[in-house]
Design a protein around this ligand. Structure first.
Ligand code: ATP
Length: 233
């Protein structure tokens, strides 16, 4: 569904991705793990066209998107939940969801909203609450719910567990598993390597802008190098 072939990305003269190749197949959860500064966010943002890949190619459902604008890419069945759960804090839960359905008709928005409330009953309960007054976990649910409003075939999540309490992290990972049940392809970027690999069909390890390892989630969890570097030995 998503293929990156030998992608290089630069910030000015500095190269942040040194030839990255990744494949996410339809219906899979693929986790990308890596330390701070490894280039995880850069990789996701390159898929979204900002920054652009300086060389290499990116395909979505067989169509090359390497040189498409972010707006075009976002209309091709892909939705992103950026790091830091950027919800509109002054808007209510419902208004935030409507922002996610920006490109859709009113009827589609209503249908998507009902679907999001089925997945996240907590959001329904808080429909009229301002997003900025909700807990971190609730805001993360809202950020995911907002991404789902465009009925994406694939969702990209950048560190959804960041800064959340263990119990909430467990819930968020359960929800991500549920997305796969719904047939949504998931590309997950995480520093929480244990949970991310446990949930993933396949995983990639990114180190200083290069893919060092890729394998099934289970094999990576059992790999001694991964255990030492990312799972606390
Ligand atoms: P983290 O887990 O801390 O978010 P990351 O793996 O997502 O890290 P990136 O944010 O992609 O890593 O950063 C990769 C490298 O690119 C780092 O060396 C970073 O300093 C650099 N970088 C990221 N954004 C920019 C930018 N806008 N301008 C210049 N350099 C940048």
């Amino acid at each position: 569904m998503l293929v990156l072939e030998d992608v290089h990305t630069h910030y000015g003269k500095i190269e942040a991705l040194h030839g990255v190749s990744v494949e996410v197949k339809k219906g899979e959860i693929v986790s990308l793990i890596g330390a701070n500064g490894a280039g995880k966010t850069t990789l996701l943002m390159t898929v979204c066209g900002n920054p652009r890949a300086s060389s290499g190619r990116i395909f979505l459902e067989g169509r090359e998107i390497t040189n498409e604008s972010t707006a075009q890419i976002m209309r091709s069945g892909i939705a992103i939940v950026p790091e830091g759960r950027r919800v509109f804090s002054g808007l209510t839960v419902e208004e935030n969801l409507h922002m996610g359905g920006f490109f859709n008709t009113k009827a589609e928005i209503r249908k998507s909203q009902e679907h999001v409330y089925e997945l996240f009953p907590r959001l329904k309960e808080r429909e009229h609450q301002r997003a900025g007054t909700m807990s971190g976990g609730e805001q993360q649910m809202l950020a995911i719910g907002r991404a789902l409003m465009s009925r994406p075939e694939m969702i990209i999540l950048d560190e959804p567990s960041l800064g959340l309490a263990p119990l909430i992290i467990k819930q968020i990972f359960e929800i991500i598993g549920q997305l796969r049940e719904e047939g949504i392809t998931v590309f997950l970027v995480e520093q929480n390597a244990h949970q991310a690999l446990n949930l993933a069909d396949r995983g990639y390890v990114l180190e200083t802008g290069k893919i060092r390892l890729h394998d099934t989630g289970k094999n990576l969890l059992n790999n001694p190098d991964v255990q030492n570097a990312y799972l606390g030995g």
